[in-house]
Design a protein around this ligand. Structure first.
Ligand code: AMP
Length: 430
């Protein structure tokens, strides 16, 4: 299958060619024809599947096909995204794929001044990409009207609900025409998403490329049981012995993310933190430094990391396990992208074993447990053992505590076995 098969207009095919995309991804193969046909869709797709082009390309085409000569430029398509970063990235895709079309787009999100957004809105915008909170601010001031919206996209709907945007979303939708096309994208499908979809969508086509609530198949997942106080040293050990050059680390709190990034940086591993308390400028700078390999470790909270467009990220580390199991799926969705392998490692303290069980329940499989020499916790009783025959070695059978012996045969963990006594030996990262 090729992009030509969809009957996309020449201007879009040209933009696709410029991106050097040759084959549609599975979500694109399903979503593009369904959206071009004008129906609603409900798609389960994680970031990295190519979903943005999957809705942006047909959205642009439909806006072009149904274009009227009206000089009163109303917002014709609204794309709602949970975070500023995601909104900015989606708008960038709109600009990229729509570069040969005369459609105007803009993004509105909080944390920056209102007035420049108001001025731009006044000049007329066809496609608006927005976070729900700031969009509500504009609506309350009367600086944006949505009564001309033909297409509504909810990107990462599950995340928007997690972030408490449900009431804003419902209020926003009330101001739109009923006769519109609605496209809902979500990495996971909870009961709440089902209720929202029921209310908003009309006989949607269901698209499910990433199996429901299943982590990407290409991601090699493992767990290191470790005491909370040893986590930072273990992380340094893994980064150094594995020679990882680009690592996204998840921390539960903003404060924890900051502290960890500072400590790692002090130890010679270039690191920076990204979270909601940072200004937009600081977040953009941190992301740029990480993407351009000036910084080796990016420590992020769930909300800040959501929707970060970082391609082919080889390593994701859960420094803390998320308290909501579905966040684990989001987090590891950062790696193993576009069919490439990736590694997701979780550092799990005995106190987090309940969270681990929840995650394994969601995945419907246990995660392989590994141990780095010198970092074995003395009590790991409640962490489930991995099944036999999986990488990571060690036989769980006959071990009432589920504790697995350090697997000295694994090259990754042997680096320090010779005389370092398992102590991490960070190398200079700069
Ligand atoms: P997304 O899931 O929308 O965040 O897209 C993930 C990445 O895949 C982005 O960097 C896109 O540029 C890239 N991408 C999207 N569609 C294709 C395609 N058909 N072929 C190759 N790369 C693609």
């Amino acid at each position: 299958m090729s992009f030509q098969d969809f009957g996309l207009m020449a201007e879009l095919l040209r933009a696709i060619e410029e991106q050097q995309y040759t084959t549609p991804t599975p979500i694109q193969a399903q979503a593009i024809p369904a959206i071009l046909a004008g129906g609603d869709i409900m798609a389960a797709a994680q970031t990295g599947t190519g979903k943005t082009a999957g809705f942006t390309l047909p959205l642009l085409q439909r806006l072009m096909v149904n274009r009227s000569d009206s000089s009163n430029r109303k917002v014709r398509a609204l794309i709602l995204a949970p975070t500023r970063e995601l909104a900015a990235q989606v708008e960038q895709s709109v600009v990229t794929y729509g570069r040969h079309l005369p459609l105007k787009s803009m993004t509105i999100f909080g944390g920056v001044g209102m007035q420049p957004q108001v001025n731009k809105l006044r000049r007329g915008v066809d496609i608006l990409v927005a976070t729900p909170g700031r969009l509500m601010d504009h609506m309350q001031r009367g600086t944006v009207k949505l009564d001309g919206v033909e297409i509504l996209v909810l990107d990462e709907a599950d995340r928007m609900l997690d972030m408490g945007f449900i009431h804003d979303i419902k209020r926003i939708i009330k101001t739109m025409p009923r006769a519109r096309q609605t496209l809902l994208f979500s990495a996971t499908f909870s009961k709440e998403i089902g209720i929202l979809a029921e209310e908003m969508l009309r006989s949607p086509t269901r698209i499910d490329v990433a199996p429901r609530n299943t982590a990407a198949e290409t991601v090699n997942q493992s767990v290191y049981p470790v005491h909370q106080n040893d986590k930072r040293a273990l992380l340094q050990h893994l980064v150094c012995t594995g020679k990882w050059e680009q690592v996204l680390v998840f921390a539960r709190t903003k404060h924890g993310a900051d502290r960890l990034a500072k400590q790692l940086d002090r130890e010679g591993l270039t690191a920076t933190a990204i979270h909601g308390n940072k200004s937009q400028g600081a977040r953009t700078k941190a992301l740029h430094e990480f993407k351009s390999n000036q910084v080796r470790i990016l420590v992020a909270t769930d909300i800040a990391a959501r929707g970060l467009d970082i391609d082919h990220l080889p390593h994701v580390v859960n420094f803390d396990l998320p308290s909501v199991a579905e966040d684990y799926v989001h987090r590891i969705g950062r790696t193993g992208r576009a069919g490439r392998g990736g590694e997701a490692i979780s550092l799990v303290s005995p106190e987090e074993s309940k969270n681990l069980r929840e995650i394994e329940k969601l995945l419907r499989k246990p995660i392989t447990q590994l141990q780095a020499e010198g970092f074995e916790p003395s009590i790991v009783a409640h962490i489930k053992p991995a099944p036999q025959g999986r990488p990571g070695g060690g036989k769980p059978r006959g071990n009432p505590h589920g504790k697995r012996p350090a697997n000295k045969s694994r090259g990754r963990n042997r680096a320090n076995a010779g005389g370092g006594g398992g102590k991490p030996q960070p190398r200079r990262g700069r």
